[in-house]
Design a protein around this ligand. Structure first.
Ligand code: CO8
Length: 243
């Protein structure tokens, strides 16, 4: 699956909806046992949640948007397919979450590409299920430091802390992702799927049990004037950086 929503593959409500529909189609296709997620946009895997969806919108919109973000994560984290992220560009926040949610991550070894849960830099807080997913990949201490600092890690650093499983030259990314997929698909599906469920169930169940509460928390957090101000300033900073 190639993300193609220029300029930066931000996760808008439309993007998330289409992502879930595409994933469901693959999930229901008995001939499909694995999916490689990558980007068709040069230098960017995904810029994370579309900030404009979280700025100046109605309570109903925030609820719909957040439910779509949850749905994307629930489907991908619980997927029966083998999921490999071929991270061929920068991948902050929600983009990093997509990669973390896969079974295996391979990143192009370009030191200019960065990845991480940088929410704290925007003045917002990564939700508990972003944190749980991160902890499951890198461990508690690394996650705690990285989350508090809102760190964006260069590709080599991301590899060093275990945020990505391997680095390869950009031109070899597709071949390597295919080889990894073959290796994972060599195992009997039922054993691999049950093992995955065993490892992920507690974290998945936690969001399922607190889904409505999490939506209400998101709405009240994001609607705060101080948070709206931080997001507006961040967007302005992105635009200024350009000029
Ligand atoms: N949402 C909306 N618009 C964006 C986003 C985004 N996430 N990222 C970039 N854009 C826009 C820019 O404003 C710019 O718009 P315009 O052309 O109108 O000026 C356009 O996309 C291109 O951006 P850049 O010029 O910055 O492109 P570069 O190639 O130079 O850089 C980057 C690409 C590295 C992706 C850079 O744009 C960047 O760092 N973006 C911000 C990424 C980020 O911090 N995302 C975090 C989103 S928050 C999230 O995912 C989790 C939130 C959890 C919420 C929990 C609350 C309780």
């Amino acid at each position: 699956m190639k993300f193609k929503s220029p300029p930066v593959n931000s996760l808008s409500l439309d993007f998330l909806t289409e992502f879930c529909i595409s994933l469901e189609k693959l999930e229901n296709d008995r001939a499909c046992r694995g999916v490689i997620l990558t980007s068709a946009v040069p230098k960017i895997f995904s810029s994370g949640l579309d900030i404009t969806e979280m700025c100046g919108k109605s309570t109903e919109h925030y609820a719909e948007f957040w439910r779509a973000v949850q749905e994307m994560w629930l489907r991908l984290y619980s997927s029966n397919m083998v999921t490999v992220a071929a991270v061929n560009g920068s991948s902050p926040a929600g983009g990093c979450l997509i990669a973390l949610t896969c079974d295996y991550r391979i990143m192009a070894e370009n030191p200019k590409f960065s990845i991480g849960l940088n929410e704290a830099q925007l003045g917002i807080v990564a939700p508990f299920w972003f944190k749980d997913t991160f902890v499951n990949v890198v461990g508690h201490r690394v996650a705690e430091r990285s989350l508090q600092l809102g760190s964006l890690h260069s590709a080599p650093e991301a590899h060093r802390i275990g945020l990505v499983d391997e680095l390869v030259p950009e031109e070899k990314l597709k071949d390597r992702a295919t080889a990894v997929m073959q290796q994972w698909l060599a195992l009997p599906d039922h054993a691999r799927q049950l093992t995955k469920t065993m490892m992920r169930k507690a974290v998945l169940d936690r969001l399922v049990a607190h889904r409505e509460e999490d939506i209400q928390y998101f709405i009240s957090f994001i609607s705060k004037e101080s948070i709206q101000k931080s997001l507006r300033m961040y967007m302005e900073m992105l635009k200024k950086k350009k000029s």
